[in-house]
Ligand binder design. Sequence first.
Ligand SMILES: Cc1ncc(COP(=O)(O)O)c(C=O)c1O
Length: 385
Amino acid sequence: MVTVAEPTALMEEIVVHPPKRLLYGPGPGQVHPRVYQAMAQPIVGHLDAYFFEISTDIQRLLRTVFGTKNEMTFVISATGSGGMETAISNFVEQGTKVAVFANGFFCDRQTEMARRQGGEVVRFEKPWGEVFGDNEAAEFIRREKPQVVTYVQAETSAGAFQRGEAICKAAHEVGALVIADCVTSLGAMPVEVDKTGIDIAYSCSQKGLSCPPGLSPITVSPRAMEWLKARTTPNRSWYFDIKLISDYLIQSHRYHHTASATMFYALREGLALIEEEGLENRWERHHQAHLEFVKQIEGLGLEMLVAPEHRIWNLNTPKVPQGADDAKVRATLLKDNGIEIAGGFGPLAGKVFRVGLMGPLATTDSVNHFIECFGKALRGAGYKG
Ligand SMILES: Cc1ncc(COP(=O)(O)O)c(C=O)c1O
């Protein structure tokens, strides 16, 4: 007879004791306590019937969160960049013409990945923090006639939300597939894959879904799956080959890789929390927290980088005010309050703070707490406002 210790019985013996943090950065966001509890459950094998039960629940719940009926909705065992690589490596091959809407760091990553697959990339560029208007986006696509179009719905480097309807409509008119990065928006803002017309959308577990990093939800339209079935060259990436992964997770349940049961439990629990709250209620909670944040940040005398109608609700980019040293503000918040936020980088280095209000931290109380600590840190770092 073999006896196995339950994880909870070992809790006091572990050597890992991380410092307490409040994750107000661009991600990872704060993990919900119920998700941690789910992660402490014993693992089952990656071919166990219980694993596939959890995986099937995840697929169903993700369809709601993505706003899609796509059967091909599942999870990649990788972070958000793995979702990006899955989308690009499956739909871009040698010589594919790819049109990238480029207004931030993650559009540049899409560009780099498309080029590595042999894609011929054309870019429509805008300064970080700006978005593309319907007419100019459609004109670019009609002029370039690409086979694949990519854009980032919520550009975390700048805080701007790109609407996709006009992009998708124009792309479909020229026969192109649309890949949208929904890494920061999923679970916190309306993603609405089917309504928007997106063909392939990918995300991550560590932002709007209140889980740790490690998984990348993805959804693929029937139209894109038809294209993929007709593809004659093999995907250069074996690990991210959608045909192989979907065969494991959805069709035959044959081994492809050793998926982490722990992370699947986490995502299942995170999605259960969204289902219980109601997706629209959750969006509204993030929206209200954002509006409260903007009101209070403007009350401190700071300005937001992005125009009001284009802001991401769960990732705010107030400008660093005159006289304040932004690195000092961030260091003080971490040291005195255990609060993590991020600064800008690239063209926005030293110019903005990046403050996430995600999952459990998207509440008025959480905004009040943040602004109180932030105001003190700003004044301590030289701000006189
Ligand atoms: C918009 C966007 N796309 C892609 C990524 C990459 O995700 P990950 O860091 O999980 O690989 C991020 C990460 O923050 C992101 O914000």
